[in-house]
Design a binder for this molecule. Structure first.
Ligand SMILES: [Zn+2]
Length: 116
């Protein structure tokens, strides 16, 4: 298998991965794409997004935030791996077809108080 450098543009983010094979390239771009492919806020469409990492009580929290309207998209962590996935489900378990998981903090407050 040939080594390759694969570059891809996700909105304002350019990623370059070192791939050992075409499968490896797809796997890596898929992992990164999960987090970086979306360049617009799922609520207001703004492209002023920022990435956030917080630590609380020994846990790590990863999210993407819209600087324009304050909406955020949370990322969950795959167990035992270094990868993230976008949390796009509603509290009832259904896929969030309307906003793709983007929410404003005040909307989720009642659900978090009872423990998610
Ligand atoms: Zn927004």
């Amino acid at each position: 298998m040939a080594e390759a450098k694969v570059k891809m543009q996700f909105g304002r983010v350019t990623l370059e991965v070192d791939a050992s094979s075409v499968k490896d390239a797809v796997a890596k771009l898929s992992e990164y794409g999960e987090v970086f492919q979306e360049s617009q806020c799922g609520r207001c469409g703004a492209e002023t997004l920022a990435y956030e990492h917080r630590q609380h009580d020994g846990h790590d929290y990863y999210s993407k935030k819209c600087r324009a309207c304050g909406a955020q998209l949370d990322f969950g962590q795959h167990r035992g791996k270094d990868t993230l996935f976008a949390k796009r489900k509603l509290a009832n378990g259904d896929y969030d077809r309307e906003h793709g998981g983007w929410y404003h903090w005040h909307e989720r407050k009642p659900a978090t108080e009872g423990g998610r």
